[in-house]
Design a protein. Structure first.
Ligand code: PAF
Length: 285
């Protein structure tokens, strides 16, 4: 079932809620790939009913980012969801979510703003306001769908950590389930943005996972100094890959430490053919 209106979604979930059936939400921006399917599978295993939201959220894109060009493939996404046992796809318009003639600014909209210590680094550094937009829309989706469980991919690890923090800080009665990164053969983490890459670009992009794998290997061999671990990346880099960041932080708090431990995570962002790609790996797993 495809639902575009908030009140229709509320009507739809009412009998399931009354029946005490567990509800899982998989929030997405569409252009679904196997990474999303792994979230759907996890949701199906854990919940009686599964709702997938498909909404390209304007307030999480910066003015120079790819909001207009972000792939929109609702028909294919809907068919894929139905084929995979999803109960309902919720795909509202921006007007439905933010009001007719919406003007998106802090002057007009109540935002949910995660703490600075979680957003002043990694993707938050170059994408100022991005996580305010993410937390705001995720909160709205939580209030609309009222799931018991919500499923997010570990590829966007900073997003997952921030959403867990928001849920804890705001006492939101929803359990957040993080699901492992799904990779192509060769190691490239699946992302809707991989569509923008040429075949050659995809080969160049393998560098991200190679750098992360090597850092993990070095950690397992006994190197724990974070600067030394980061330096191991230099020999991999070339002119086709523009490094935005490579950092090692705590997996739960995003704190910076001088010595890595099993809960440390290496995070990387690079541009390949102008496409911004991110990846991460937990060192202790
Ligand atoms: O990860 C995404 O696709 C988006 O950031 C999310 C969580 C659906 C919010 O728009």
């Amino acid at each position: 079932m495809l639902i575009k209106k908030i009140n229709e979604l509320r009507e739809y979930i009412r009998p399931y809620k009354a029946n005490n059936e567990t509800l899982g939400l998989v929030p997405t921006m569409g252009a679904l790939h196997n990474g999303h399917l792994s979230l759907i599978k996890a949701a199906k295993e854990k919940c009686d009913r599964v709702v997938v939201s498909v909404f390209v959220n304007p307030i999480q894109f910066g003015p120079n980012e790819d909001y207009n060009k972000y792939p929109r493939t609702l028909k294919a996404d809907y068919e894929l969801c139905m084929k995979n046992g999803v109960d309902a796809v919720f795909s509202p318009s921006p007007e439905e979510m933010y009001g007719a003639g919406f003007i998106l600014s802090n002057d007009n909209l109540t935002y949910v703003c995660p703490p600075y210590n979680f957003t002043d680094k990694l993707c938050g550094k170059s994408r100022v306001g991005h996580f305010d937009g993410v937390c705001t829309v995720v909160n709205k989706l939580f209030n609309i769908v009222q799931p018991d469980f919500a499923f997010f991919g570990e590829k966007d690890a900073q997003q997952l950590i921030i959403i867990k923090k928001m849920v804890k800080d705001l006492n939101i009665p929803i359990e957040i389930i993080g699901c492992p990164i799904v990779r192509e053969t060769g190691g490239l983490a699946l992302s809707s943005r991989n569509k923008y890459l040429s075949e050659n670009g995809k080969k160049e992009a393998l560098l991200l996972s190679k750098i992360l794998q090597n850092i993990k290997k070095c950690y397992k061999q006994g190197i724990i100094n974070v600067d030394l671990l980061k330096e191991t990346a230099f020999s991999f880099l070339n002119n086709n890959v523009e490094l935005e960041y490579l950092e090692i932080y705590d997996s739960d708090t995003l704190e910076e430490k001088q010595e890595a431990d099993d809960n440390s995570r290496a995070f990387i962002a690079c541009r390949v053919e102008g496409v911004r790609l991110i990846d991460n790996i937990k060192l202790g797993e």
